[in-house]
Write a protein that binds this ligand. Structure first.
Ligand code: UFG
Length: 337
């Protein structure tokens, strides 16, 4: 029988790619999203890619009555919980808004799931839970905490909630996926990342600069202790990331308990390497200059991706050039939309 999977935040950048992957694998996909940082068009575009539209509920996950209606109407077997605020800088400005939204929505979701006997959850966590003190590469056994902003702390706290819940009741299965730096877009050019206003993250800034929307990219810092002096990150193509969620759902179906799994390539690339790869792969200039460091940035971190390989039989397949080509295709397709 086909599985019904609920994606909270399923209209967003990562959620839309997870929806495509699961629909292509023959799942029924339900999206609950309040569209606070996404657009309903995405639902049709997911349908255009896969030939089958997800079922869409415009719902705030913290709205218990609305969420109850979703669970009453749909035979949900497992949940991928992607809904949440995610802007690091904004979380420093508005910590209560971040704690209220991210924690409250998760508590409501877990209570409603439990009441409906749904106890498999995949949670969108982040490499940010490793804090500032761990050596690289990061392994899942390392201590977490020491986060540098409220956004990161919400990820840390939700991981802890899930750990406590799974310890209290062996029927729960909770997989916390610690994302490294997701970039890229679906190769159709129909779905991708659509930040509001001036982008905070590197790849959208690069694509908007290539498109002439921004004059110049500032590379934040050229004096880090790395080979070219710029920061290094573990960039992961969002389609590889989405495949990791499908594999995690299979895992949650077989195994109970709590586990954290890194989703990264295991290979760091520098900011300048990404900019140069983008220019070459797309044959387009990205005006840039090296400026001051951005407060709070770590010099370099990347995943030890061994656990994902062992437990999920998953590893990344796409290259940095693929990420650059697909991000650029999406930028060109989405202009004016
Ligand atoms: N960068 C620039 N110029 C820009 C934007 C970014 O040089 O205009 C650099 C940053 O300094 C950093 C790298 O590009 O070295 C990546 O920056 P991003 O903002 O794209 O990503 P971060 O690594 O800072 O943040 C990511 C996620 C967060 C998460 C954080 C920690 O976006 O959600 O990792 O794990 F919290």
């Amino acid at each position: 029988m086909e599985r019904t999977i609920l994606l909270t935040g399923g209209a967003g950048f990562i959620g839309s790619h997870v929806a495509v992957e699961l629909l292509q694998q023959g799942c029924r996909v339900i999206i609950a999203d309040d569209l606070s940082n996404s657009c309903e068009d995405v639902v049709q575009r997911i349908g255009a890619i896969t030939g089958r539209e997800p079922i869409f509920y415009q719902t705030d996950v913290a709205d218990r009555a609305a969420l109850e209606r979703v669970f009453a109407a749909e035979p949900v077997e497992a949940v991928v919980h992607l809904a949440g605020y995610k802007a690091v800088g904004e979380s420093v400005q508005k910590p209560l808004m971040y704690y209220r939204n991210n924690l409250d929505s998760t508590l409501t979701l877990l209570e409603v799931m439990d009441a409906h006997d749904v106890r498999q959850i995949i949670f969108s966590s982040s490499a940010t839970v490793y804090g500032e003190k761990n050596p690289i590469p990061y392994t899942e056994q390392m201590p977490t905490g020491g986060c540098t902003n409220p956004y990161g702390w919400t990820k840390y706290m939700i991981e802890q909630m899930l750990k406590d819940l799974a310890a209290s009741d062996p029927r729960w299965s909770a997989v916390c996926l610690r994302y490294f730096n997701p970039v890229g877009a679906h190769e159709s050019g129909l779905i991708g990342e659509a930040p509001n206003g001036i982008p905070n993250n590197l790849m959208p800034y690069v694509t908007q600069t290539a498109a002439g929307i921004r004059k110049e990219l500032t590379v934040f810092g050229g004096d880090y202790p790395t080979p070219d002096g710029t920061c290094m990150r573990d960039f992961i193509h969002v389609v590889d990331l989405a495949r990791g969620h499908a594999a995690a759902l299979e895992y949650a179906r077989r195994e109970s308990g709590w586990i954290a799994i890194n989703l990264g390539s295991g290979r760091p690339s520098s900011v300048l390497e990404l900019v140069h790869t983008f220019q070459e792969a797309n044959d387009i200039p990205v005006p840039h200059r090296v400026g001051d460091r951005r407060e709070g940035d770590l010099a370099s971190y990347y995943a030890d991706a061994t656990r994902a390989k062992e437990l999920l039989d998953w590893q990344t397949e796409k290259t940095l050039a693929d990420m650059c080509r697909d991000s650029w295709r999406w930028q060109q397709n989405s202009q004016g939309k």
